[in-house]
Design a protein around this ligand. Structure first.
Ligand code: HAS
Length: 554
């Protein structure tokens, strides 16, 4: 007999959080367009124009304010809200267990209030510290309190997910965890492990510096920030991977090529997402190169589950394509449902991740990092990873949610396919041009695009082409947002039916194996973190000692 899943509260939560995520995409996107036009050589500096209208404290101040808003809205608000939303939607459907409604209420209230507080601080220019908020730059306490509430709200949600898992496990002893839920659980395990160092350092350094003017050590703060900061990228990526594993086989009507390989990939993410932050500090002085080397090795380990994922998804496609009559070396590629915007969006996101992943490996190489660090290259890297592998996946999957979660028909359905295509083409143009400009030394995170007053000619053309790419993918984003909000407002209503567990989990999970022993892998991850970070911490606290400096209000 089919088991029905009742998920009314979860759906209410998901509808709100996913809508908030796309409001963040809209606002963050506007700041992105402002920024790319203003930073392109010989293009109009829109920040100068706005400053001329008496807005803000000059073009440079507006640039940093806009960049902070862009980074926080897209990298933190969009991602966190979408991730909790899609997890709330999927969890009861794949486990058959409801999430405790109290956790949903509390988490939503905290996340919304936190976002509002941080937004006020950013809009009024009290937090021009970018999304990495490096000390000694300090923001208004509102910014840190807002960010803390947002994170704590997501912890409350994570607690709800873990409680549901325990309930499911009690009712299903000895059964393998469904792959989709494995992905959701991995996401929140990585998130909790990642945010512990962040919460520690914000309470120890940032809040006292901001509230009381206490001095703080910049390197100590950066070390804890990046301990969080690299795992953060897998918090973004893991739900996208989960959606690939869930939807691609479903669209093709075949099982995933290997569920075992998928679980191994998730386990490797739990193991190695956190002990790798030093690869963001390869050029920082004051950290012994041996520790950087150790974490570079671990970085190469955490890159491997992405390659396993690419293999698994492509093998699933090949199997389905061959079963559908595609022969020869590449015949199977022509047998894919390319007209389905969801499928095409997910696969274009995966292909773009190839570019983002390879540049990531380059970033992580000690010598090459010296060439690319803090240049436009890194901007190319993260627009292909979080900006496309993640965001394009979220947009594409949302076409299904408009129907199945919001109960609306998608408006302008005929243009849906244009969205992933414009995003992919625009992003390719943008990122390849930024890689090129970065290799020629064009810096990132600066309001000034000149070098000592003149612009090196090698920067000019790539940055101009990049801006054209940005306009192309922004157009794709705009069409999507018109469809999303337009469908919610005026799409024809369709009756929502409660899905059944059988539809969500078409293949009955087999008996649990060693791969379902999450506790073991968490313990291994903690041990690896202690090994990876203890040397650097001993160096900072005992060998070098702290060098606190007074806070600077930008
Ligand atoms: Fe990163 C900086 C290294 C993955 C995001 N990264 C950043 C920043 C962000 C970011 C936001 O080592 C900037 C932070 C800041 O503001 O300062 N990154 C890596 C490595 C990986 C990696 C080794 N990053 C990500 C992901 C992100 C993300 C994922 C977001 C979601 N990153 C770095 C480093 C820096 C850095 C340094 C610091 C740079 C500096 O100096 O500041 C790896 O996890 C990547 C592994 C992935 C692969 C790709 C596998 C292949 C796939 C597709 C193949 C497709 C094919 C085509 C073959 C190895 C998935 C198929 C064809 C068909 C038809 C289907």
């Amino acid at each position: 007999m089919e088991t029905r899943v009742y998920s009314v509260k979860e759906d209410w939560y998901a509808r709100i959080t996913i809508a908030v995520a796309f409001i963040a995409l809209l606002l963050g996107g506007v700041f992105g367009v402002l920024q790319v036009i203003s930073r392109t050589p010989y293009w109009p500096n829109l920040y100068e124009y706005l400053a001329g209208l008496g807005i803000g404290g000059g073009a440079s101040e507006l640039y940093y304010r806009g960049l902070t808003a862009h980074g926080v809205l897209l990298a933190i608000v969009l991602t966190t809200f979408y991730i909790v939303g899609v997890s709330a939607y999927l969890t009861p459907r794949v486990l058959g267990v409801n999430i405790k409604p109290q956790t949903l209420n509390v988490s939503l209230a905290m996340m919304v209030i936190g976002t509002a507080l941080a937004a006020i601080a950013i809009i009024f220019g009290w937090a021009n510290v970018l999304y990495t908020f490096y000390l000694p730059l300090v923001a208004s306490p509102l910014f840190y309190i807002g960010a803390a509430l947002l994170i704590l709200g997501s912890w409350v949600f994570a607690a709800g997910v873990f409680i549901s898992y325990l309930e499911w496990r009690r009712a299903n002893p000895g059964v393998a965890i469904p792959v989709t839920f494995f992905g959701i659980m991995t996401t929140f395990i990585v998130w909790i492990m990642a945010t512990i160092p962040l919460v520690f350092i914000v309470l120890k350094n940032h809040v006292p510096a901001s509230l009381l003017g206490w001095e703080a050590d910049a390197l100590e703060s950066r070390l804890f920030f990046w301990w969080f900061g690299h795992a953060l990228v897998y918090f973004w990526l893991l739900p996208a991977i989960t959606i690939w594993y869930y939807y691609v086989p479903k669209a093709l009507g075949v099982p995933l090529f290997s569920e075992t390989m998928a679980k191994i990939a998730f386990m490797l993410f739990i193991l190695a997402s956190t002990p790798v932050g030093l690869h963001h500090q390869l050029v920082d002085p004051g950290i012994n190169p041996y520790f950087k080397y150790l974490q570079t090795v671990l970085t190469l380990i955490v890159a491997s589950p992405s390659m396993l994922t690419a293999f698994n998804i492509i093998a699933t496609m090949e199997r389905a394509g061959r079963a559908g009559g595609g022969d020869g070396l590449f015949g199977w590629l022509f047998k894919q449902p390319w007209r389905d915007p969801v499928f095409t969006g997910l696969i274009l996101a995966l292909i773009t991740f190839g570019s983002g992943g390879i540049t990531g490996i380059i970033n992580a190489s000690y010598q090459l990092n010296n060439v690319v660090h803090n240049t436009a290259w890194v901007v190319g890297h993260f627009h292909t990873t979080v900006g496309t592998a993640v965001v394009l996946t979220f947009m594409a999957y949302t076409y299904l949610l408009i129907r199945d979660l919001y109960g609306r028909n998608v408006i302008l359905r005929n243009v849906s396919l244009a969205v992933p295509i414009l995003w992919f083409v625009g992003m390719m143009i943008f990122s390849i041009s930024y890689y090129t400009a970065g290799l020629a030394g064009s810096p990132r995170r600066t309001s000034i695009v000149t070098y000592g007053g003149s612009i090196p000619p090698e920067w000019v053309l790539p940055m101009q082409i990049a801006a054209i790419g940005a306009i192309i993918f922004s157009l794709g984003g705009l069409i999507f947002l018109v469809q999303f909000f337009g469908s919610l407002a005026s799409g024809a209503r369709i009756p929502l039916t409660q899905p059944t567990l059988v539809i969500m989990n078409p293949h009955k999970p087999g008996p649990a194996t060693i791969l379902d022993n999450i506790r073991l892998i968490i313990v291994a991850a903690i041990i690896l973190n202690i090994i990876a970070y203890s040397g650097a911490l001993i160096e900072i606290y005992y060998l070098r000692g702290l060098s606190p400096v007074p806070p600077i209000h930008p």
